[in-house]
Design a protein. Structure first.
Length: 418
């Protein structure tokens, strides 16, 4: 979340950021509530001071043998008034916090304006393959080779679930092994995190309240995560990190769950947009001055893996209106999918500045007092989407699929489904 002092002292900065995001959210109500909170706080503190003075005076009168009954009655009445004002203050502070949680992060200056269609392409790497046959999409390829079964998964779990079978299972863990080796060499410590978290973790990372409709909940209110970013970030909730040890990097492998609410009729074919998927996620806690370099590092890991896999891709700088609430800036890597004849997102990486750390209360010490760390996250490998890119780019005329050379040592074979 943002610093209340920043919003109060520079509301135009926040308004400008909201405008760049295309938000219709107004700060006027927030500023009015915040002003009322400060007024009530001052009033309550003044009343508490009066009560203390009255208590001291009553003690003095009693000690002198005087009658303090009237003063005691007045102090009790003041006490009741204080209780009323404290209740009002608690209510307004709760309201203010709820409003603060709704305000997204400030957008960095080099983020392009616009919405979903306004991302700025930074570079393209690799040439889309040329086929002397009509390329198939991953579902047709996977069904023909009995590697993907959507129909039986629908019977077991409903729409947007899949059984991956045979060589695709081996391919999945080959990708994980490749990814873990690469990120370990860049200082990311492997973690298998919990995928069931408390609400505090979801609020702390900014997925609540804004992404409520995308989250699966248990009957007691806990949440299944849509990315291991959540438990990785929450691992150091309410902690002081040693500045000398930063950046602190993790790579979390987990199953993820998303309702995909609001995506009805969109990407319903195959395993591109499903409710359950697996992902290897990078996460970094760092000093503010390290954030730009850390963002570049995470992006470089993503690009290295796509190059090793021989998948044509492009890198885009996401426009302000398409950023999630915690992100101040985000890059996407989009792989070429011959089955769709277009580039589609396979990884993303975000600089969340101190937005999440402020909510998680994750800090480090300085000579000038505690400061909030910066947090960054990025997909190392989105397993399902990377499998799609491999299947479609490495397909052959006979319906078979070649294994990328970088994965053959882990697969022990050169062709999927053989």
């Amino acid at each position: 979340m943002l610093d209340i002092k920043l919003i109060r002292s520079n509301p135009e900065l926040v308004r400008a950021s909201l405008q760049r995001r295309g938000s219709t959210q107004s700060l006027d109500e927030f500023l009015a509530v915040e002003a009322e909170r400060r007024r009530l706080t001052t009033e309550v503190e003044a009343m508490r001071a009066r009560r203390k003075s009255a208590s001291d005076e009553i003690a003095r009168v009693k000690k002198a043998g005087g009658d303090a009954a009237e003063a005691i009655a007045a102090m009790r009445a003041l006490g009741e008034t204080i209780k009323e004002r404290e209740r009002a203050l608690d209510e307004i502070e709760s309201r203010l916090r709820a409003m603060l949680l709704e305000i997204p992060n400030l957008v960095l200056d080099d983020v392009p304006p616009g919405g979903e269609d306004d991302a700025v392409e930074l570079r393209r790497i690799g040439e889309p393959p040329s086929f002397d046959f009509a390329p198939k999409d991953h579902l047709d390829l996977g069904t023909a080779l009995d590697l993907i079964d959507m129909e039986r998964a629908a019977k077991a779990s409903g729409s947007r679930f899949a059984y991956l079978k045979g060589d695709l299972v081996t391919l999945q863990f080959a990708l994980v092994r490749l990814g873990l080796e690469i990120v370990a060499g860049r200082g990311f410590r492997p973690v298998v995190p919990p995928v069931l978290v408390r609400e505090e973790a979801m609020y702390g990372t900014g997925f609540l309240p804004t992404d409520e409709q995308q989250i699966y909940r248990t009957t007691d209110g806990d949440c299944l995560v849509g990315t291991s970013e959540v438990p990785l970030a929450a691992m150091h909730m309410d902690e002081f990190l040693e500045a000398e040890r930063l950046p602190l990097r993790y790579a979390g492998y987990s199953t993820c769950f998303r309702r995909e609410a609001g995506a009805a009729g969109k990407d319903t074919r195959g395993i591109l947009r499903v409710h359950q998927f697996d992902k290897l996620e990078m996460f970094s806690f760092c000093l503010p001055e390290q954030a730009e370099a850390e963002h570049a590092l995470i992006l470089s890991v993503q690009e290295e893996i796509l190059r090793l896999l021989g998948i044509p891709y492009r890198v885009v700088n996401i426009a302000a209106g398409d950023l999630g609430a915690p992100a101040a800036k985000k890059y996407d890597c989009e792989a070429w999918l011959p089955g769709q004849g277009r580039y589609r997102e396979v990884t993303s990486c975000s600089n969340c500045t101190d937005y999440q750390a402020r909510r998680l209360n994750c800090r480090y010490r300085t000579d000038k007092g505690p400061r909030f760390v910066y947090t960054l996250n990025g997909t190392c490998i989105a397993i399902g989407r990377t499998i799609i890119a491999i299947m479609e780019n490495y397909q052959r005329a006979d319906g078979s699929i070649a294994v990328p050379e970088a994965l053959r040592p882990y697969m022990g074979k050169e062709t999927l489904g053989s």
